[in-house]
Design a protein around this ligand. Sequence first.
Ligand code: PD2
Ligand code: ZN
Length: 275
Amino acid sequence: MSSQQNQAISPELRTWIQEQLALGFSREQLLASMVSSGWQQRLALQALDEPVVGADVSPVPALDLSGGQPTLWIDGREVKVLLTISQPCVVVLGGLLSDEECDAMVAAASARLSRSETVATTPGGSEINPARTSDGMFFERGESDLIRQIESRLAKLLNWPIDRGEGLQVLRYRPGAEYLPHYDYFDPAMDGAADILKRGGQRVATLVMYLNTPQAGGATIFPDIKLDVSPIKGNAVFFSYDRPHPQTQSLHGGAPVREGEKWVATKWLRAGVFV
Ligand code: PD2
Ligand code: ZN
């Protein structure tokens, strides 16, 4: 590459980056090469981190909304389609879980809660994250009749096999607790990403189910699209992201709970079989 006077990310540069990656050069090697040939580091990083249109896009779980029905019948249960957004893909559902199922999940999770952790920068580890002030636990996939029943319903709803999902996670937020905006996919550039991704590939979609209705606060927020989803017992919000990139507009968080507690169960769907 010749010295860069007029720095713009051109189609030729994109092609060059793809060719070099295909030849086995690492992102870091390409960054060093671009900087030494005159690229500003900021622009070089922007070019390297740009998603390739049409490439690295995963198939994602999706509800069958093709008929435009206001409700979906899953296992004899009528689930209401309350809101759909196609870009990014977000669906708000009513009555996905019965009150009894919500109460049973809270009861089963209660004794197993500990301060929530997120995946850490060490392979296979996790660490306390100040961005998340809730308590949580994971159910093993298929660990009880209740969990099997819910997982089977979700697989049919989302047209995604049970073995491509992580175990259900339950979170409890007390007043003031929140989950700052984040992406659920794993940043492929973070330390330890390769080990995490070996267990089932990327996360490609999330379903957050509300197990109670807090008195105030606790909406699930989507800052990029300015959407707030109210936490209502038995309801859920689904969203998918076909690449690990902010372009998916899947940034989301849990707003602070103002009054009462908030309980949710989250199902993360993976691109491959989660082991
Ligand atoms: O509890 C929520 O609303 C929430 C918000 C953001 C849950 C998650 N993320 C999650 O479990 O990933
Ligand atoms: Zn999340």
